[in-house]
Write a protein that binds this ligand. Structure first.
Ligand code: UD1
Length: 363
């Protein structure tokens, strides 16, 4: 048995975390000392929200699968915390990696911190400064507990320093750029098939997603968003998160004919739809970034965003949830300013793996 092995446990559970982990798992293959095992908490459990991403992005099957599923925030986070703690005690890794801002992130961060296992946070320092969002609480607590904080940009690093965090900050660039670059050519290959499947023409439709609790759990807000999209004059492709499907159903909201509903799309199909849209309308954080990377204007269906740099460039605009604002901006928001590489160069995963080696690879 070699003593210089660095056993690490990564914890994922929600769709965007599978996408982020794909790039890092690939980067780890260049660092044989790092032996990564993955816990999938089961926060997302539908095949189209989970296993499809492992299959198409070539992520190895998780070594540990929990079935914690849905629930209130406390119940969901608590159930994950109990199970993750058991695994960490048993496996005693040198470090735990968490991604982003979900309840999975928070549960794993608490489990690691209570066991004094160093915590590595990828996508650290993001702030929407809106503590009514569960994700903001998850970000603030996770960053406070982390020893290595990988920030996608200088703004997020500055946010950490403003909160008094000074050690362990690395500006790595954004790991979603790595995944985007790796799979872009495959997305382009299937673009005609995806557009054909939904009867869309490149450059003449809006790709929309809505899944945030604040937008789905209030029927009047959800109705306003749907009307705003429908009245934009563009055909809308709306892949539906299960939360949104349930909310539309229980509020008995009728979908106008200009809105084409699809199931949640796998990553490469989604990037095919992103890269040929006229405009993107979304409340997702990840999609705001992917729109910027693809050079597609973004209309954000929220009053705040943690991805403030995309707004500063002019490519992303905060529309809120009033239907007239949404329809007007979806129809007219077409920025033309040059795009600079605000999320780094697509080598974040290599930088993260190298930094982990430097910290944990010493004898
Ligand atoms: C979570 C994250 C959010 C992230 C999103 C990505 C938190 C607090 N929020 O939100 O930051 O942007 O993932 O998609 O962690 N459901 C299913 N099947 C599934 C998953 C969810 O039916 O596979 C339904 C359940 O009714 C569940 C609801 O969706 O109650 C919400 O799921 P949950 O994982 O709690 O939060 P998301 O809205 O997905």
């Amino acid at each position: 048995m070699t003593t210089n092995i660095i056993p690490i446990i990564s914890v994922v559970g929600a769709r965007p975390q599978f996408i982020k982990s794909a790039a890092l798992v690939m980067a780890f293959s260049g660092f044989p000392q790092i032996v990564n095992s993955t816990i999938h908490t089961g926060q997302h459990y539908d095949d189209l929200m989970s296993d499809v991403f492992f299959d198409e992005l070539g992520i190895p099957s998780p070594e540990y699968r929990l079935a914690t599923g849905s629930g209130t925030h406390g119940a969901q986070t608590g159930a994950m915390l109990i199970e993750i703690e058991k695994i960490l005690i048993d496996a005693s890794p040198r470090a735990v990696i968490v991604y982003g801002d979900t309840n999975t992130t928070l549960a794993a961060a608490l489990a690691a911190a209570k066991l004094n296992i160093p915590l590595i946070h990828i996508e650290a320092g993001l702030r929407s400064f809106d503590r009514t969002m569960p994700e903001e609480i998850n970000r603030v607590v996770t960053d406070r507990l982390s020893q290595m904080l990988f920030c996608p940009d200088g703004i997020s690093a500055a946010n950490l320093r403003a909160e008094g965090i000074s050690d362990g900050i690395h500006i790595s660039g954004d790991i979603m750029v790595d995944t985007f670059n790796i799979f872009l050519s495959r997305a382009r290959e299937i673009q005609p098939a995806i557009l054909g499947q939904y009867g869309l023409t490149a450059g003449q439709y809006c790709l929309a997603t809505v899944h945030r609790a604040a937008n789905t759990d209030n029927p009047a807000t959800l109705d306003s968003i749907i009307r705003g999209l429908a009245e934009s004059g563009l055909p809308i492709l709306l892949p539906l998160h299960p939360r949104t499907a349930k909310a539309l159903d229980s509020a008995a909201i009728t979908i106008p004919s200009s809105i084409i509903i699809s199931p949640p799309l796998p990553y490469i199909s989604m990037m095919a739809a992103v890269t040929s849209a006229a405009v993107i309308a979304t409340d997702s954080g990840g999609l705001q970034k992917e729109a910027y990377l693809a050079g597609i204007p973004c209309v954000t269906l929220r009053d705040t965003t943690e991805w403030t740099a995309t707004v500063a460039t002019g490519w992303n605009i905060l529309a809120g949830t009033v239907s007239d604002d949404i329809s007007r901006l979806v129809a007219t928001h077409r920025p033309s300013s040059p795009r600079t590489p605000i999320f780094g160069d697509g080598a974040a995963s290599h930088r993260i793996a190298t930094a982990i080696m430097e910290v944990f690879g010493l004898p």
